[in-house]
Design a protein around this ligand. Structure first.
Ligand SMILES: O=P(O)(O)OC[C@H]1O[C@H](O[C@H]2O[C@H](CO)[C@@H](O)[C@H](O)[C@H]2O)[C@H](O)[C@@H](O)[C@@H]1O
Length: 365
């Protein structure tokens, strides 16, 4: 197995996020009106950004590339003061562990875990984003204590092949493909069944666009198109920055003919998905409902994720006033999560502490 370069501290810009963050150094005269200053960041309103990044009609490719650049690790040097104030607002879930478990007392914890950047470190080759055996063992123990779901942008089969735990719920394609445990867990004993595929009518379109993007981007060295069944990813992690404009133009030239698809951005990846009102937040709500906790006040969902798309789930938890989100990040980011963890190794430590706490509380009964 080739050793993968693990990526640390990386920003992410979101083309479809409410406020996106662009490093000051990247602010160019392309952006006519001066954006608002917030701490060490420049923020651009959603309206402006959506206008700039609109796929159809008059889109400025430079805006896409600005957004792609904003996810470059070198472009985000935060002052210690920024970091400290961000950590005050989003303390480490490890440091406030007792606070978290106290808040969950008398309630059923339900765990939601993103995959890339949360359970596995970010690496150059998406096909080699393996999780460690230690992480797998910890997630297995976790699923023995609480209902547990993996919620990923990847297609469900692919994320299952990385995680390999049949007792979990899986929500692939950014939550657009949900399936319950295929192996009896104490939370689900019925036979395997596909629970939810709200974008199935888009399958032929996604396949078609996948073929077109493969063809269009093959001249850009390092570009990789990933078929995630109900959505697509165009990776630019291994594309020379000088070629990003070319890649953005290639992607736009395909998407302009597909108004029912939308584009967002993750970690060095352009993500393409149907415009339906479904996201990781909706998947979380669907799973809670499937587990019988739709209108319960005694449920305590914990969602851990690093991706811009995880913000939809963090927002749902804030709105419900139940449980909380934990953002995995080494650097300050706009987030609706309550707490933070720096990297997958800290996620593993947090999950293990939850397992130990649960086992200990069962013994003390
Ligand atoms: O929701 P997630 O499970 O976090 O999936 C989001 C994307 O994750 C993967 O890409 C990211 O991880 C790769 C491997 O570490 C990395 O090479 C890439 O740069 C990252 O963006 C996955 O390959 C994508 O399809 C998902 O959309």
């Amino acid at each position: 197995m080739t050793k993968q370069k693990v990526v640390v501290g990386e920003a992410k810009s979101g083309m479809d996020m409410a406020m996106t963050v662009v490093p000051k150094a990247l602010f160019t005269t392309e952006m006519k009106k001066p954006p608002l200053m917030q701490g060490g960041y420049i923020t651009i309103s959603k309206k402006k950004l959506l206008h700039d990044l609109e796929i159809n009609g008059g889109t400025r490719i430079n805006a896409w590339v600005e957004s792609m650049r904003a996810s470059s690790p070198t472009s985000h040097r935060k002052s210690t003061r920024d970091q400290t104030s961000w950590m005050d607002r989003h303390p480490s879930a490890l440091n406030v562990f007792d606070e978290i478990t106290n808040a969950s007392k008398g309630k059923q914890i339900v765990m939601f875990l993103d995959y890339d950047g949360t359970l596995s470190p970010i690496v150059d080759d998406p096909d080699r984003a393996y999780m460690s055996d230690a992480m797998r063992a910890t997630v297995r123990k976790l699923a023995g204590c609480f209902p547990t779901a993996i919620v990923s942008g990847r297609c469900r089969d692919k994320v299952y092949n990385f995680v390999k735990l049949a007792e979990l719920y899986y929500a692939g394609s950014h939550g657009m493909d949900i399936k319950g445990p295929s192996k009896g867990s104490k939370y689900k004993k019925s036979p395997p069944s596909v629970l939810c595929q709200p974008a199935s009518e888009f399958l032929p379109m996604i396949d078609e666009v996948y073929g077109l993007l493969m063809e269009k981007t093959k001249s850009t060295p390092g570009a990789k198109v990933e078929n995630n069944k109900f959505c697509l990813s165009v990776h630019f992690r291994c594309v020379d920055e000088k070629k990003w404009t070319e890649l953005a133009a290639q992607v736009r030239s395909v998407l302009k003919d597909y108004p029912k698809l939308r584009l967002s951005q993750g970690r060095k990846v352009l993500e393409i998905r149907p415009t339906i009102k479904w996201d990781k937040g909706k998947a979380l709500e669907f799973l809670l409902e499937s587990l019988g906790y739709a209108n319960c006040t005694d449920v305590f969902p914990i969602y851990i994720g690093d991706d811009r798309t995880d913000e939809d789930a963090f927002k749902v938890l804030r709105k419900r006033g139940q449980g909380f989100g934990i953002l995995v990040s080494k650097i300050p980011k706009d987030t609706s999560a309550s707490y933070s963890l720096q990297e997958p190794s800290e996620v593993m430590e947090f999950l293990q502490r939850l397992v130990d706490w649960k086992r200990c509380s069962l013994m003390m009964r």
